[in-house]
Write a protein that binds this ligand. Structure first.
Ligand code: PHE
Length: 279
C-alpha cells in the first residue's frame, strides 16, 4: 500500500473492505448451510480442534446376564415372556398352592398397596398367568424383578431379578427337567461343572429340589425347581391327569455375581459408572 498514490490509497482500502465482507458473507452462508452457529454469528468452525466423541452406552450387567440366559433357552425352544410386577394375592400365593395361613408366606410377604395389590415376591406368578391363557405344550421363561421383605446387605436386597422357567406337555418328566437344566448350566458356566439335586419344599412343585453347582471347590445353590404340583394345574383349569411339567426359578444377581466375581449385590443398584463401565 505504501507504493500507491495518495488518491488511490482510499480506493484500494475500500475495495479490500468489500472483498472482506464478501468472504465473510460466504463463510456465514456456508456455516448456516452446515448448521453451525455461534452466539455472535462470527467464525465458529475450527477443523483443527479435536472432535467430541459420543459417549457410548452399555447394557447393565443384569440385563446382559438375562439376555445371555434367554439366548440359551431360546435355542432350547423356550419363548421369553413378560410378567407383571404388581400382582394380586391370587397369582403370588393362592394359585401357587400357598394358602393364607401357610408358614412359607412369611419369607414372601412383601409390599402391599392400599388397593389390595402387592409387588410380586417371585416370578412363579407368570407360570399361572401363562397357563391360564394357553394350552400345552408350553415352553417359556420369564425374567423380571421380584420384591422381598429382606434387610439389605452384601448378599440381600429387597428387590432383585429372577428368571422363571416352565415346560408343560402331556408327558414332561423329572428327567426332562434334569436334561434341560444340565444343558443350560453347562452352556452358561462351562462344560466341566457338576450339578447336585437336593430335596426341598416348594408349595407349587412336587417333588421339589434345590440345585447346586460346583467347579470342584464346594457347592453353590443356584436354582429352585420341581415337577408342577397338580394343585397348580387345577388352579389354571388343566386336568392334572392329562398334563405334566416342570418349573424352575433362578436368581439373576447370584449368577452375575458368580460370573463376574462381584462380592456385593448393592453395586448393581447404585448406578456408579466406575462399576457399570466394566461390563
Ligand atoms: N419361586 C421359587 C423361589 O423364589 C423358585 C422356584 C420356581 C422353585 C419354580 C420351584 C419352581 O424361591
Amino acid at each position: 500500500m505504501g507504493s500507491l498514490s495518495e488518491t488511490d490509497r482510499p480506493k484500494f482500502g475500500q475495495a479490500l473492505n468489500q472483498l472482506k465482507e464478501l468472504i465473510e458473507d460466504q463463510i456465514r452462508q456456508k456455516e448456516q448451510s452446515l448448521g453451525l452457529k455461534t452466539a455472535q454469528g462470527d467464525v465458529s468452525f475450527d477443523p483443527t480442534l479435536p472432535g467430541i466423541s459420543p459417549r457410548i452406552g452399555k447394557l447393565h450387567p443384569i440385563t446382559q446376564t438375562i439376555q445371555e440366559i434367554s439366548d440359551i433357552f431360546t435355542r432350547l425352544g423356550f419363548e421369553t415372556v413378560d410378567g407383571r410386577e404388581i400382582e394380586t394375592e391370587f397369582y403370588n400365593f393362592t394359585a401357587l398352592n400357598i394358602p393364607l395361613d401357610h408358614p412359607s408366606r412369611d419369607a414372601f410377604d412383601t409390599f402391599y398397596t392400599e388397593s389390595g395389590h402387592l409387588l410380586r415376591s417371585q416370578t412363579s406368578t407368570v407360570q399361572v398367568r401363562v397357563m391360564e391363557k394357553r394350552k400345552p405344550p408350553i415352553r417359556i421363561i420369564a425374567p423380571g424383578r421380584v420384591y422381598r421383605p429382606d434387610a439389605v446387605d452384601a448378599s440381600h436386597s429387597f428387590m432383585f431379578h429372577q428368571i422363571e422357567g416352565l415346560m408343560v406337555d402331556a408327558r414332561t418328566t423329572f428327567s426332562d427337567l434334569k436334561g434341560v437344566l444340565h444343558l443350560f448350566l453347562r452352556k452358561l458356566l462351562g462344560p466341566d461343572i457338576k450339578m447336585r439335586f437336593r430335596p426341598h419344599f416348594f408349595p407349587f412343585t412336587e417333588p421339589s429340589v434345590e440345585i447346586d453347582v460346583s467347579w470342584g471347590k464346594g457347592w453353590l445353590e443356584l436354582l429352585g425347581a420341581g415337577q408342577v404340583d397338580p394343585a397348580v394345574f387345577e388352579a389354571v383349569g388343566y386336568n392334572p391327569k392329562k398334563v405334566q411339567g416342570f418349573a424352575f426359578g433362578l436368581g439373576v444377581e447370584r449368577i452375575a455375581m458368580l460370573k463376574y466375581g462381584i462380592k456385593d449385590i448393592r453395586l448393581f443398584y447404585e448406578n456408579d459408572l466406575r462399576f457399570l463401565e466394566q461390563f
